[in-house]
Design a protein around this ligand. Sequence first.
Ligand SMILES: [Zn+2]
Length: 397
Amino acid sequence: MRLVLMPLLRLMFRPRFLGRENMPAAGPCFIITNHSQVYDAFMVNLEFYDEPTAGLLTEEYFRGGLLTWLLRSVGGVATRKFQPQTTPVREILRLIKDNRMVVVMPEGGCNWDGVTLPTIASTGKLFRRLGIPVYPVILHNNYLSWPRWARWPRRIPVTIEFKPPLIFTPEMTNDEVARMVDEAILWSPDRSLAQFPPRVPRGFRPASGITKLIFRCPTCGDDGSLREKRGHYLLCDACGSGWRVGGDSFLTNMDSGKRRSSTVHFHRICALPREVRDFGKHGPAYLRALGLPVYQEIDSLHQTLLGNYHCLLRADRVDLIPNGSGLPVEIPLADIHTVSIERTYKLQLRTEECLYQLNFGPGSALQWEYYLRCLHPPLGSMLYRRVNNPSIAVPVH
Ligand SMILES: [Zn+2]
């Protein structure tokens, strides 16, 4: 796989390297990095010629087939997002015992807006417990080279920066470990662009997919009135605002000429008040998505299609109303333990008994995830935690 994939990645992302002297020569150790796109784990691997690193990947990639086999053959371990699990931990311990270099993404998943998410607690605990060196790597511009929401990659070079290792001890608190990890791998478009400005502001259809991230109009706040036009524009049918989307994912307002990053727009729409709307026969709800395929998973890795549903996010529950035959399903928000998105469109709600997966088409699964976290605070809000840590806060203007 390395023979095919690695030259392809070099061609696509034209990587540059900084701090090669800080690269680990051998395991056991951890390598941590910020995570904004699917290829990050492989990008970290590019310069490890003698011994490829091993790593943790979401179980989504382990549902069988060629990809699963390839990933396992290079030391990939399946993990379930945000779920404390014993199997991956045991697998990591085995890899560490075999003196492997293990890549871990402390954010617990791929971020949507380029800004590194806070470290998840279980990762910090693991670092403290094992006490082996942790090598931070920053992937500069990985977000801009292919944002998670974007349909197509951009010709923006990625700079891979290796930093000196961190050592954690069992005496440190989880908060101390998390703070050090957060700071070591922090990247944000607004803070870091001056350091490595992208040279190619053009891109192939850069607006394609942007309504997954910008799910409300940044000008009037309207829900569902934004549309992409010809791969280069974002238009609002409610207020008439329009933006030209650049290959660097910055949006230029077509009236005022103001230029702002997609990250700033995303944070701005997240700060707007959320309103209950009347959906006629479906009643009042925050959000409605019509005719989504819904899957259920009871034991790990085996999903069954429940049917096609109209999905409503109400103040206290998610209602699934069958579109055709089938039984209605009601999921109280209080029963939901975790929420996450696989790829860009599979919203997963995990309860004590099972996992529900709502497959969004072109709509924004991210809007649902964000609203769910706001309505049910125990799910945790990454934006909220980020605001609590001023060094990670993103300016809204
Ligand atoms: Zn508007």
